[in-house]
Design a protein around this ligand. Structure first.
Ligand code: SF4
Length: 351
């Protein structure tokens, strides 16, 4: 049986230089190797022609450049592309490429499945399998850049999973995604989307103050939020808002509030007024997102007229608000849908 090789994307240049030194190699080789991996997107050590043949062989025995591969791609008429990506252990995640003018945004997953279990979400309903390794988070971005042969400008952690429940691996991945020796994506161009883990939001303000934060609020009423976002039973709406106040004071930039609208559940007039009350005085921007229907789940997107009414109440009450239409409407746009439909059918995602 072949020995398990280490993912080189879990290493920093410093870690790799120390290992190369142990091997009796000059430490500058680490920089050369990462140039091949991240700038030239080489997918094998064999192609790294400025390294000695013996070193290339040894690296190939010990390391793998990227153990992820694309098993399914679905393209939308609006230009976005959804990738079902298989991991080395046979599990899978979804990653989405969203081109907009001359920029490319990639929507990344942070876990296989999700432990939060929101009842309207395809990922949440498929259950939780495991956290992604740093190399598996970075690997998704790298793979999309390689597939499309272009650099990635923006990242959003809005794919499968709750990124703040995989914080250590998230932070290690962010180092590589952000560093000039890695994917080189500016911290201000990276958005972490969370349903709200207050103690980790405060840590994020210390560790990564330049990142952008989006919080999925889903309801201003604690009992409705308990149902829509079960993590609310652990971290109350009040504790989330308290953490957001501190976060905004520390990072000094605006937070996005994501609010997915479901007919009759959280799109009522009283929801809009309560939301205004809750967010008044906070430096936030509200994104209203008409929900994407998932087969077998009882949640329906509201009519455009209901969405507009909700929007108008927020606007007339001084909120900064927009209606965000989700991209990829024709390719099972809801997060986790491709994984749920195709991945589980193929056995990807089963342990
Ligand atoms: S909406 Fe987000 S937090 Fe909720 S189950 Fe889906 S992936 Fe998890």
């Amino acid at each position: 049986m072949e020995a398990k090789r280490t993912a080189i994307m879990n290493f920093t240049p410093k870690d790799l230089a120390a290992l190369l030194e142990d091997w009796g190699e000059p430490t500058y080789r680490a920089q050369q190797i990462f140039e091949w991996v991240y700038q030239k997107r080489a997918d094998s050590f064999e192609t790294m022609t400025n390294l000695p043949q013996d070193l290339r062989k040894k690296l190939a025995q010990e390391f793998v450049v990227n153990s992820l591969h694309v098993v399914e791609t679905v393209s939308s008429s609006d230009g976005s592309r959804k990738f079902l990506i298989a991991l080395a252990d046979g599990m899978s995640v979804e990653t989405v490429a969203i081109p907009h003018r001359d920029r490319l945004t990639v929507c990344v997953s942070s876990q296989v499945g999700c432990p939060v279990g929101c009842p309207f979400c395809a990922t949440g309903q498929a259950g939780f399998k495991r956290n992604l390794e740093p190399s598996e988070i970075v690997g998704q971005v790298w793979l999309v850049a390689k597939q499309l042969d272009r650099r990635v400008d923006n990242l959003v952690f809005m794919g499968m999973g709750e990124p703040l429940l995989n914080y250590d691996n998230l932070c290690q991945a962010l180092l590589t995604l952000n560093a000039p020796w890695g994917m080189g994506i500016g911290a201000r161009r990276i958005t972490i989307s969370t349903v709200g883990v207050p103690p980790v939001i405060l840590k994020l303000a210390e560790d990564w103050p330049e990142l952008r934060l989006a919080v999925s609020l889903q309801s201003p009423f604690p009992e409705v939020r308990d149902y829509l976002v079960p993590l609310n039973r652990v971290y109350s709406l009040r504790s989330l808002l308290d953490a957001l106040k501190i976060y905004i004071t520390r990072v000094r930039h605006r937070v996005t509030i994501e609010y997915t609208l479901w007919e009759g559940v959280n799109d009522r007039i009283k929801d809009a007024y309560e939301l205004v009350k809750l967010l008044r005085g906070l430096n936030v921007f509200v994104n209203l997102i008409p929900g994407n229907r998932v087969d077998g789940l009882p949640f329906l997107p509201p009519s455009p007229a209901r969405v507009k009414k909700f929007y108008n109440i927020l606007k007339e009450n001084g909120m900064e608000v927009s209606i965000r239409l989700s991209r990829g409407q024709d390719i099972e746009a809801a997060c986790g849908n491709l994984y749920r439909i195709h991945g589980l059918e193929r056995g990807l995602g089963r342990p």
